[in-house]
Design a protein. Structure first.
Length: 201
């Protein structure tokens, strides 16, 4: 998880290490404040404490280890990123297509220091997921290197002009565009030709 620039997300012992590539895990991200130019504001908006009190909204996103969007939420600009961690995890759809019970939860969820809260670590564990979340005083946990995955997903999402700035007063309309944007990102990834190197691995 990480904090972004515009819009609208573990144990107290040794620094944790990010899981290796290929290990099932999710990366939540938030803090993308979206300016809201509507004259009368709208639902799911709030004054951002990090942008001189301007009214706006936030996008909160959770991806897999490759940056595929799995779930997204919309809140006011004054909501803390960590408040959306559990809703995002619960919104991840089950993996279908294989025999037996579909896989519902990942092995781990990675988060930067913006998600440093023992209460939410306990809630994540209650879902059967291991939280790998950096502490507020840590700078060498290795989790920061994983931020680029969510950052890239947000960059793709906010490539759509309709999502860079929230123009809609009704939150359900903006959420519909948000869901559509995630679907288009997934479709583009799936439509890419498979590289020969990937077939040999």
């Amino acid at each position: 998880m990480d904090r972004g620039r515009r819009v609208a997300p573990a144990p107290r012992s040794t620094p944790v290490q990010a899981p290796q590539r290929g290990r099932p895990g999710l990366l939540p991200g938030g803090g993308r404040r979206l300016p809201h130019p509507g004259v009368k504001g709208g639902t799911k908006t709030g004054r951002s404490p990090v942008d001189r009190g301007r009214t706006g909204s936030k996008h909160h996103l959770i991806t897999d280890a490759t940056g595929i969007p799995l779930a997204v939420t919309l809140t006011g600009g004054n909501r803390n990123d960590v408040t959306q961690l559990i809703p995002l995890l619960q919104a991840v759809p089950p993996v279908r297509g294989k025999r037996g019970r579909p896989r519902r939860r990942p092995d781990v969820v990675l988060g930067d220091r913006g998600y440093d809260h023992d209460k939410y670590r306990r809630l994540v564990r209650a879902l059967g997921v291991k939280p790998l979340i950096g502490r507020g005083t840590e700078h060498d946990s290795g989790l920061g290197t994983q931020r680029r995955v969510v950052e890239r997903a947000f960059a793709h999402l906010h490539w759509f002009r309709r999502l860079r700035i929230r123009w809609e007063i009704r939150d359900d309309i903006h959420e519909a565009f948000l869901t559509l944007g995630c679907a288009l990102i997934c479709w583009r990834r799936l439509s890419q030709p498979v590289r020969a190197s990937a077939l040999t691995q």
